[in-house]
Design a protein around this ligand. Structure first.
Ligand code: SF4
Length: 117
């Protein structure tokens, strides 16, 4: 199967093509740097995404913005968002604080991206 991708790792947005036989990604072309080649391999075989969301804050109506510390596997995103949606934090919370450890067993933490005193 032939794949056509746009690398999302930097603003250059290189157009990458590759072949995938169900086991191996071959003939990767169009990338400018190693990150693009790695992106194509991951995107085709096991895509991942950063997740950003909001969690509730006890005692206020203003939610706290959070994100995953690193990309998580795409099939886990729905479960991760459900776990995030059920979470309520108690201030103070600071940028980088772990709000959810190992969200839905992904091995990735969800961290705060703003301060709430
Ligand atoms: S392949 Fe490299 S240069 Fe091209 S968009 Fe991806 S990160 Fe940027």
């Amino acid at each position: 199967m032939k794949y056509e991708l746009t690398c999302i790792n930097c603003p250059m947005g290189c157009r990458i093509t590759a072949d995938y036989d169900g086991k191996e990604v071959t003939n990767i072309q169009g990338f400018t740097c190693a990150r693009g080649k790695a992106y194509a391999q991951t995107e085709i075989t096991d895509p991942t995404r950063m997740v950003t969301a909001l969690v509730g804050v006890a005692g206020t109506h203003a939610p706290l913005s959070v994100k995953t510390q690193s990309p998580i596997r795409k099939p886990l995103i729905f479960d991760a968002l459900n776990e995030i949606r059920r979470t309520v934090v108690t201030p103070p919370v600071h940028i980088g604080d772990v709000v959810i450890a190992n969200v839905c067993g992904s091995g990735v933490n969800v961290i705060a991206t703003e301060n709430i005193e």
